[in-house]
Design a binder for this molecule. Structure first.
Ligand code: NAP
Ligand code: G3P
Length: 477
């Protein structure tokens, strides 16, 4: 992989007349193009995956695992070129891009290891009244079939792999639809699995705009499972269109950092700023609102101002930065409208509130009220609202009023208070004294309400994309 333009031909894109140009959010330069597959080509990919499934599902687990171990090694061998491609395609800073690739190699290895530790079980009949030992069940797990994996732009290597690796190790075949901005990385990921020995037809990449081929592939009768990560808007649309297939969805979030009066405020401020603004807040688990009790609000804000002022802003190709241009103008406009709305409704601008093209400067508002859009909407950008509350109960109620339920943080030095809050929060994960975040990747990762369906995390993903089979033995005496 050089730094020149990528003209990607996919094995199934025999006839792609249309290509989509991929431009960099850093300078709008064209860095490559990918085929816009037709419905006929999508169908060809699904049929190939369906036929190949009959062979792949019977490949011994240790052989599937060996391919994953090789893929992890090859991924690391391409660290530099993939880092550069990641930076240019989705505007990620070098440190985060590097970390995404090494984290993904670890993810793949851990997935192969975990699969070997997932065993079936046998159940004696006589543990249930009325039955004897002559009846027992041998319970095993088997793959579900063809998995449709759809991933978002912000982790084009890691979030793609978080679906592909567990699906493959479980014996499934995959139709992988990368985010259009991120599809160059997605295609390179596919090449890595191919170079690792993955047989043709096991992993099939379909490129093209989700708005054009999405409905067709989501409703395709030969898709057996849909694993989607992306916006709640698209997730809801998919869940309405898909019929009789299991869904695993990781969607939007509005993660709250709840700061109690006994919190270590310096520590909390560092964590909150890192959690809110890394990769310009383009993370589903970014801290997207602060709920702080009045007693300590002013002191916390003084520490937040100190931390936010340290953030580096600019082009990641030139230096290590935290704040990069947002993925596209639509995203930047959306964030800017939230900022304008907050200002117009009386929020106090503490820091930022500046924009240069798609580069929005880190922005912090105090005295945000519930009539402001930024109190509730997911910016997926570098704007952080502070809502002051009178007490813990008010913080919990405000947190739970969100339509989202991905993660929350609670900062306090009292473990009983932490659990008191955690037990009442309607989210998938509560971070005690830490920023909201997905890793480590073997932990359960899930959203409730409009933040998702089902649970990811390595073991959970493998189990979600396999199903139980019971073979009941009835002994004759
Ligand atoms: P997005 O616009 O929802 O797109 C996600 C994926 O869905 C892309 O591959 C997209 O393809 C595809 N898609 C679009 N319309 C579709 C349709 N009608 N049918 C099938 N697929 C369709 O999200 P994004 O902008 O890439 O990512 C940002 C959003 O994802 C944020 O809301 C963020 O919170 C969420 N997210 C959640 C998590 C999590 O783990 N919970 C992680 C990352 C991101 P195109 O690119 O071709 O449109
Ligand atoms: O938005 C991607 C989501 O999976 C966040 O991952 O590791 O940055 O918390 P992380």
């Amino acid at each position: 992989m050089g730094n020149n333009k990528y003209k990607n031909k996919l094995s199934i894109s025999k006839e792609a007349q249309q290509y989509i140009q991929i431009t960099s959010p850093l300078d709008d330069s064209v860095i490559g193009e990918v085929p816009a597959l037709s419905q006929k080509e999508v169908d060809r990919a699904v049929q190939l995956a369906k036929v190949t499934f009959r062979i792949w599902k019977d490949v011994p687990l240790n052989e599937r695992a060996e391919i994953l171990y090789k893929a992890a090694n090859i991924l690391l061998e391409h660290m530099d070129t993939l880092t550069n491609l990641l930076m240019r395609e989705v505007g990620k800073d070098r440190k985060s891009a590097n970390s995404e690739i090494s984290r993904t190699a670890d993810f793949i290895r851990f997935t192969a290891d975990t699969a070997k530790s997932i065993h079936g079980e046998s159940i004696q009949g006589d543990t249930f009244s009325g039955f004897n030992k002559e009846k027992f069940a041998v319970v095993t797990r088997e793959p579900v079939g063809v998995i449709l994996a759809i991933s978002p732009f912000n982790y084009p290597i890691n979030l793609a792999t978080s679906k592909i690796a567990p699906a493959l190790i479980g014996g499934n075949t995959v139709i992988f639809k990368p985010a259009t901005t991120g599809s160059l990385c997605g295609i390179e990921l596919g090449k890595i699995f191919k170079d690792a020995g993955l047989p043709e037809g096991v992993l099939n990449i379909i490129t093209g705009r989700g708005s054009e081929i999405g409905d067709y592939v989501v409703t395709h009768p030969d898709i057996n499972f849909i694993n989607f990560t992306g916006s709640t808007e698209v997730g809801v649309k998919i869940s309405e269109k898909a019929h009789m297939v299991p869904l695993l969805m990781e969607l939007g979030g509005k993660d709250a950092a709840i700061v109690l009066k006994d919190a270590d405020l310096v520590f909390a401020a560092k964590n909150i700023i890192a959690g809110a603004f890394s990769y310009s807040g383009q993370r589903c688990t970014a801290v997207k609102r602060i709920l702080v009790v009045n007693e300590v609000a002013d002191l916390l804000i003084s520490h937040l101002k100190e931390e936010i002022s340290k953030l580096q802003v600019g082009n990641p190709l030139e230096k290590q930065v935290d704040i990069v241009p947002l993925i596209n103008t639509k995203a930047a406009d959306y964030v800017w409208n939230l900022i304008e709305d907050a200002k117009a409704k009386g929020a106090q601008l503490i820091y930022g509130g500046k924009r240069e093209g798609n580069l929005v400067y880190p922005t912090l508002f105090d005295y945000v009220t519930t009539d402001m859009r930024v109190a509730w909407e997911e910016p997926f950008g570098p704007v952080l609202p502070i809502l002051r509350v009178n007490n813990v109960d008010e913080a919990v109620n405000l947190a739970n009023q969100s339509e989202y339920g991905l993660q929350s943080s609670v900062f306090t030095e009292n473990l009983s208070d932490a659990f008191h809050v955690a037990n009442r929060l309607e989210v998938g994960t509560v971070q005690v004294n830490n920023k909201t975040e997905r890793g480590p990747d073997h932990f359960p990762f899930l959203g409730v309400k409009k933040s998702g369906i089902g649970t990811q995390g390595i073991r959970y993903s493998i189990e979600a994309m396999t199903r139980v089979k019971a073979t009941v033995i009835n002994l004759k005496h």
